[in-house]
Design a protein around this ligand. Sequence first.
Ligand code: PLP
Length: 414
Amino acid sequence: MADVKNAAAEGFDVGKIRADFPILFREIYGKPLVYLDNGASAQKPRAVIEAMQYTLEHEYANVHRGLHYLSNTATAKFEEAREITRRFLNAPSVDDIIFTANSTGAINLVASSFGATLMEGDEIIVSHMEHHSNIVPWHFLRERRGCVLKWAPISDEGELLLDELAKLMSPRTKILALTHMSNVLGTVVPIKDVIRMAHERGIPVFVDGSQAAVHMTVDVQDLDCDFYCFTGHKVYGPTGIGVLYAKRQHLAAMQPFMGGGEMIEHVGTDRITYASAPHKFEAGTPAIVEAIGLGAALNYMMQVGRDRIAAHEAMLRDYAHARLGELNWLKIYGTAKDKGAIVSFNIDGLHPHDVSTIIDRSGVAVRAGHHCAQPLMERLGVAATCRASFAMYNTKAEVDALAAALIKAHDFFA
Ligand SMILES: Cc1ncc(COP(=O)(O)O)c(C=O)c1O
């Protein structure tokens, strides 16, 4: 790419970053790959691929159970990944970090375990811009326990309406479950203010950081959130691994979500006691190699520098808005003051699936559909959008390639 040296952030060399991601050098239909589907899943740096391969080739065994060399080594590496994750979130202790399958697993864990104490008429607040992962598990509580789901509205720009949110909070509100960054609009929610508002009323807050953890520095102690989750494959790590952070008092009070090996202290014929967190919530053999891969991914992000990544992506966001803003037949969804490098759009008269299919022929990968956010699509009055979502390895030249491919698609149908 021509502008690989172009970096908004000092000391950030996007060309050097790109060299760490082998897949970026392949071609699609004979064209250089322009991968702008990072909101769905990010590509993996060599550090992750090699950490996983090394584990499988040299250090693989089941964890926690064995007394032999390989099991001890695998356990140490697995627990080291937990410590890296603790550092990534600035959690107070490794005991507050639970490995799950993904964000969906983390949210289901909280909805099931924390939700087990909820009664008919208890209220759960979500927003109109949640991913289905942060809606459906709460709907289960509505369907199965008679809880009430309340929906925090957003403005036309895609900003959470804080005054309206405050009005929804009542003595029956048992939890607020909100995204930190919208996967469709890119909106960054002022989550620290929201948490303060909720805590003033004694309401705990679950934060879905699936997108935010990729693009900004997250400090769970500074946020003072009760729960925070993210998913490995979006932070340049593997699939099959996710993270739930929770405050200790919640983990101590919550009943386990799944039962099995690893999570018990003692099992008798008529009595069972559980291990303490995090193991209480990690029944069965965990995703060992994936956790180690996640550790390598988070280390990679921290070495590059999360503030530097954020600065580079802010430059890409501004450039993408400027370039796509020039196209008067294209509508952008989501213009919040604080937004990440995610740009959703539609072209007048064209179905987003057609747009995505056509620009794919130019090597440009974007996502089209409802993005697992149907209540948001309803709020926006559309069935679907196209979404270009950026990562640390994207360049201004790739934004230009996106704009050129969109112009070609538009001209094709004109
Ligand atoms: C905001 C948000 N929440 C939750 C998820 C679910 O992540 P996973 O499918 O890895 O569990 C996603 C994935 O797209 C997301 O963007």
